[in-house]
Ligand binder design. Structure first.
Ligand SMILES: C[S@@+](CC[C@H](N)C(=O)[O-])C[C@H]1O[C@@H](n2cnc3c(N)ncnc32)[C@H](O)[C@@H]1O
Length: 218
């Protein structure tokens, strides 16, 4: 296991500290509201893009991993993989590593801003990212960085908040944006992704608050 932790005084300190404070209860909360189940449903749909008969260990990046709910859903729905968790919050990463370790899944943790991803040389087969890009200023730059971090033919699986009055309430606390599916599709396309599919969740808060996207590099 590799842990690369940064101090909080080099960017997004207030947001990182706010997520540090909720890390202890985050995983139970997202399970209670049905998000881990919803991530699994999205992964079932997306899996035809990256599951092959000869599949060996996939390299998976969970960007803005929080407590690794998306990675856990991946392991449960698809199978074992080599997980890198990336987040600005040290506490979210620690909890995320624990969430996976309890299931016997090792992970590496990278504590940095997603804006620093282009400096990292590693390439991934699959990038997962749930409710991260709502926090970033230059969404196009981050989507381009995610595309560049994928191996050729690699798959991006995104979950992003969509406009809804509940999202407005969440925004009051966390300050994040919401994107209509058509906006996201345009942003993904402008960032060089292909074969973009949008996914509606079937029930509960994920259905009201979020949409899923699957897109590929050529
Ligand atoms: C809404 S939470 C989602 C966490 C997780 N993906 C999930 O679905 O439970 C957003 C996460 O993104 C992280 N984050 C926010 N801005 C970030 C940035 N610029 N770079 C890296 N991580 C960031 C936060 O620390 C937090 O853990």
């Amino acid at each position: 296991m590799i842990s690369i932790f940064a101090s909080h005084d080099d960017g997004a300190p207030a947001l990182a500290a706010a997520y540090d404070r909720v890390a202890a209860t985050w995983h139970a909360t997202i399970c209670k509201f049905g998000f881990v189940k919803a991530y699994g449903d999205l992964l079932e749909l997306a899996s035809r893009r990256f599951l092959t008969e000869n599949m060996s260990d996939l390299n998976v990046l969970d960007a803005g991993s929080g407590t690794a709910g998306f990675s856990l859903a991946f392991a449960q729905q698809i199978g074992r993989a080599s997980f890198d968790l990336l987040d600005v919050s040290n506490e979210m990463l620690r909890k995320g590593a624990h969430t996976l370790a309890v299931e016997g899944l090792p992970s590496d943790q990278i504590c940095c801003d997603i804006a620093d991803l282009p400096a990292r040389p590693k390439r991934y087969d699959v990038i997962l990212s749930a409710h991260l890009i709502e926090h970033v200023g230059d969404v196009g730059a981050v989507l381009e960085a995610l595309r560049a971090a994928l191996s050729p033919g690699g798959v991006l699986i995104l979950v992003v908040s969509k406009p809804h009055w509940c999202t407005t309430l969440v925004r009051l606390r966390w300050g994040h944006r919401a994107y209509r599916p058509a906006e996201m599709e345009t942003l993904l396309s402008a960032s060089g992704f292909e074969d973009i599919e949008t996914f509606s969740f079937s029930a509960g808060p994920p259905k009201r608050l979020s949409a899923g996207y699957v897109a590929q590099t050529c």
